[in-house]
Design a protein around this ligand. Sequence first.
Ligand SMILES: [Fe+2]
Length: 129
Amino acid sequence: MPRIFNPVDISKEEKEVRKDYFDRHTPYVICDAYAIEGEKFEVKVRLGNEYNHPDDPDHHIKYVQLWNRETFLAEAHFAPGSLGNKPEQMEVDFYIVPGPVSMNLSAMSVCTKHGLWQSESKEVTVKKR
Ligand SMILES: [Fe+2]
C-alpha cells in the first residue's frame, strides 16, 4: 500500500522547505465553481503550480484520477516519454456530466518513484438548466 500524500497532512514548515518536491507531485483541480445539470462540464487536473515533474523511463507520472467524494469518475494513464522525456506539468482535461447533486471533486496522481498524491477538494454547485 503506497503512502498517500495529502496537502492537509503536510506542515507549513515542511511545505516551504520541500516546496518544489511537493508542488511537482500535487494535483490541482481546475474548474468552474458552478455546473449545469445534464450538461458537459470540463475539469482540468494539472500537476504542479510552479514546478515540472520529470518524464523519465524510471520516474514519471503514471496516472491521474478524478473523484467525486467517494465515487471514482475517470482516469488517464501515461507511458514514460509521453511528455517528451523532459520535465513538464502533466495536464488532463476530463469532461463529465453532472446529475442534480452538487459535487466535491478531487484528484489523485501516482508517481512511479514517489507514490500517491491527493489534491485539495473543489466544491462545485450544480444548477438546473
Ligand atoms: Fe516523482
